[in-house]
Every structure is written in structure tokens, then in C-alpha cells.
Ligand binder design. Structure first.
Ligand SMILES: C[C@@](CO)(OP(=O)(O)O)[C@H](O)COP(=O)(O)OP(=O)(O)OC[C@H]1O[C@@H](n2ccc(N)nc2=O)[C@H](O)[C@@H]1O
Ligand SMILES: Nc1ncnc2c1ncn2[C@@H]1O[C@H](COP(=O)(O)OP(=O)(O)O)[C@@H](O)[C@H]1O
Length: 290
């Protein structure tokens, strides 16, 4: 039987809180956020060849290949390393786009980590995270592969151990543009900065929630529906919201009741990224071969 290709996961994240502390001269926002990785992922496979070409399939509707973060990540790595190898990359998309789950950023991070390994480049995680930062503020946390408290524009990361709770994630099927929310005149930008020690005790909120609820009635409607069952919060700049549960069954019971206009899934919050778990397995398997 032919060897099955390795499936490299690109997990979702939730922002358990997202506090906006100010706006910088370059337009980017200073924020404090708690990223928790989920065991629910897009999946990528990589077929390496020596033509030097990069292909990504299937096409993502509305995203030309040169704009696809997978393609951009592969090209960036190729340019830095002058690697003559190429790759045919296949994506199985499970994470809703523009949902605040970081799917595109995670796809980019998985591409950097996987091609670094498969092309034999041996860059360390600091180098890959810095490359990732050039692609998007959310990419470094996925490269580093651990749930983390983040500051700055999201690139100053401190790995933290979170309770690995269960989450119901609901997608109200609208696409929210991160750039538009950050330009919003009514966005609150003055939450005082606090230390992680202060923040870990609670008082968590998402400063983007109110403007998104006001501008996207579907998001407000989803919050109203979920309120019957559990308190909830938005992740990132939306549109997804989530509720936390102690066990899987409780989360699945609420999911089973959801109306048709809501998409959703249940996943576990994890400290170590599923990407890094697979990477470790691949390295161990290679060691057995030599
Ligand atoms: C705010 C977060 C929280 O996780 O939102 P989500 O995208 O996940 O919803 C992320 O850090 C987003 O990261 P990412 O989606 O990679 O952002 P980028 O592509 O770098 O930036 C998209 C746009 O958002 C704005 N932006 C982004 C991050 C930031 N700290 N301040 C900003 O003002 C900028 O206008 C930028 O043009
Ligand atoms: N591989 C990719 N997967 C998803 N979105 C991508 C990808 N490459 C580029 N994009 C662009 O990034 C935007 C944000 O996507 P995504 O990361 O899924 O959302 P969010 O940042 O809200 O979590 C998409 O609307 C799309 O235009």
C-alpha cells in the first residue's frame, strides 16, 4: 500500500479576551489578548518536488492564489532560503473565513512549519515566527504552537497553561473584516493595560464585540440565541462567538439545538498545538528510519 501523506493540521484559536489599549502611529492597535488553541483544524498536505513551483489547491473563492496566505508563506520561505524545491499544497478547509478563528493565519503558520521540515531548512521557531509576523499579526502564535497571552500588536507572546475546557463555537455566517472593525470610529480603544497576573483573575471582555453586534444583526441574533443556554463572548473581530463548558457532552447538547441559520462545532481548548503534536510525531518517525 502506498504511504499516506502526512496531514498537517492548522488549528483554530479563540481570543478568550481581547482588550484594546490604544492605537499606534502606523494605525495598528496595541492590544492584550489570551489566545487559546483548539483541537479543530484546517488540514494541509504537502507534495514536495524539485521544480521550484508552488501550487495550492483547491482555489479559495474570492482569494487569488497570490493572496492566499499559504502561497505567500511558501514563497517567503523560498525567498529567504533560496531553496530550489517546490510543493503542491492541498488544503481541506474547515474553519470559517473571517470568523475570528485565525484560519488563514494558521494555514500560513502550518505552511512555514511543515515546509521548513520537508525542505530540510532547519530554521528555528524565532525565525519562523518573525517570517509569520510579516504575513499577519496572528501568525506567530500558531508558529510557536502554545496557548499564549499576547501584547503589542499580538506578536509579544508569553506561553501560558490554560484549563483545557470545552467550547461551543457558533458562526453566524457573516464575514467580518478585521481591517474594517479596527477602523471603526466607535471602537473602544482605551482599556487600561494590566499585567498577566492581574488579568488571569478575570474581568474578561472583547472590546470589538459591541461594534460588531451593532453593525451585524446576525451576530447580535446569535448572541441572543446562545444566551438561553450559556454566557458567551466573541472571538477576535468576529463573527464567531463561543461559550465555555466543563465537559464535551454539555457543549454538544447545546450544539444539537442550534437553529439552521447558525453553523457551529464543539472543540477542546489545548495548550499544545495539534500542529506541533504532528510535527513531533514526524520527527520521531524520521529518527526511527535512520
Ligand atoms: C485582532 C485579532 C485577534 O486575534 O483579530 P482576528 O483577525 O483574529 O479576528 C488579530 O490579532 C488580527 O490578526 P490578523 O488577522 O493576522 O491581522 P493582520 O492581517 O495583521 O491585520 C489586519 C488589519 O487589522 C488591523 N489590525 C490588526 C492587528 C492589530 N493589532 N491592530 C490592527 O489595527 C490593521 O488595520 C490591519 O490592516
Ligand atoms: N488560506 C486562507 N484561508 C483563509 N483565508 C485566507 C487565506 N488566505 C488568505 N485569506 C484571506 O484572509 C481573510 C481572513 O481569513 P481568516 O484568517 O479565516 O479570518 P480571521 O482573521 O477573521 O480569523 C479571508 O477573508 C481571506 O480574504
Amino acid at each position: 500500500m502506498a504511504n499516506q501523506p502526512v496531514i498537517w493540521p492548522a488549528p483554530a484559536k479563540l481570543n478568550l479576551f481581547l482588550h484594546i489599549n490604544g492605537r499606534r502611529a502606523d494605525g495598528y492597535h496595541e492590544l492584550q489578548t489570551l489566545f487559546v488553541l483548539l483541537d479543530y483544524s484546517d488540514e494541509l498536505t504537502f507534495d514536495i518536488h524539485d521544480s521550484g513551483c508552488i501550487t495550492v489547491s483547491p482555489d479559495i473563492d474570492g482569494v487569488p492564489v497570490q493572496q492566499n496566505l499559504i502561497y505567500k508563506a511558501a514563497r517567503l520561505l523560498q525567498q529567504l532560503s533560496k531553496c530550489p524545491l517546490g510543493a503542491d499544497i492541498h488544503l481541506t478547509k474547515r474553519l470559517p473565513m473571517g470568523g475570528g478563528l485565525g484560519g488563514g493565519s494558521s494555514d500560513a503558520a502550518t505552511t512555514l512549519v511543515a515546509l521548513n521540515h520537508l525542505w530540510g531548512l532547519h530554521y528555528d521557531l524565532d525565525t519562523l515566527a518573525e517570517l509569520g509576523r510579516q504575513l499577519g499579526a496572528d501568525v506567530p502564535v500558531f508558529v510557536r504552537g502554545h496557548s499564549a497571552f499576547a501584547e503589542g500588536v499580538g506578536e509579544q507572546l508569553q506561553p501560558v497553561e490554560v484549563d483545557e475546557k470545552w467550547y461551543l463555537v457558533l458562526h453566524p455566517q457573516v464575514h467580518v473584516s478585521t481591517a474594517l472593525i479596527f477602523q471603526h470610529p466607535q471602537l473602544p480603544r482605551e482599556t487600561p493595560k494590566r499585567t498577566w497576573q492581574e488579568l488571569r483573575a478575570g474581568s474578561w471582555k472583547n472590546d470589538c464585540e459591541m461594534v460588531v453586534k451593532n453593525d451585524y444583526p446576525e451576530v447580535a441574533k446569535a448572541f441572543s440565541w446562545l444566551l438561553e443556554y450559556a454566557p458567551s463572548r466573541m472571538t477576535g473581530t468576529g463573527a464567531c462567538l463561543f461559550a465555555e463548558f466543563e465537559d464535551e457532552l454539555s457543549a454538544r447538547k447545546v450544539l444539537a439545538n442550534k437553529p439552521k441559520w447558525l453553523e457551529g462545532f464543539v472543540a477542546r481548548g489545548v495548550n499544545l498545538s495539534p500542529l506541533h503534536a504532528v510535527w513531533q510525531q514526524v520527527c520521531e518517525a524520521n529518527q526511527h528510519l535512520v
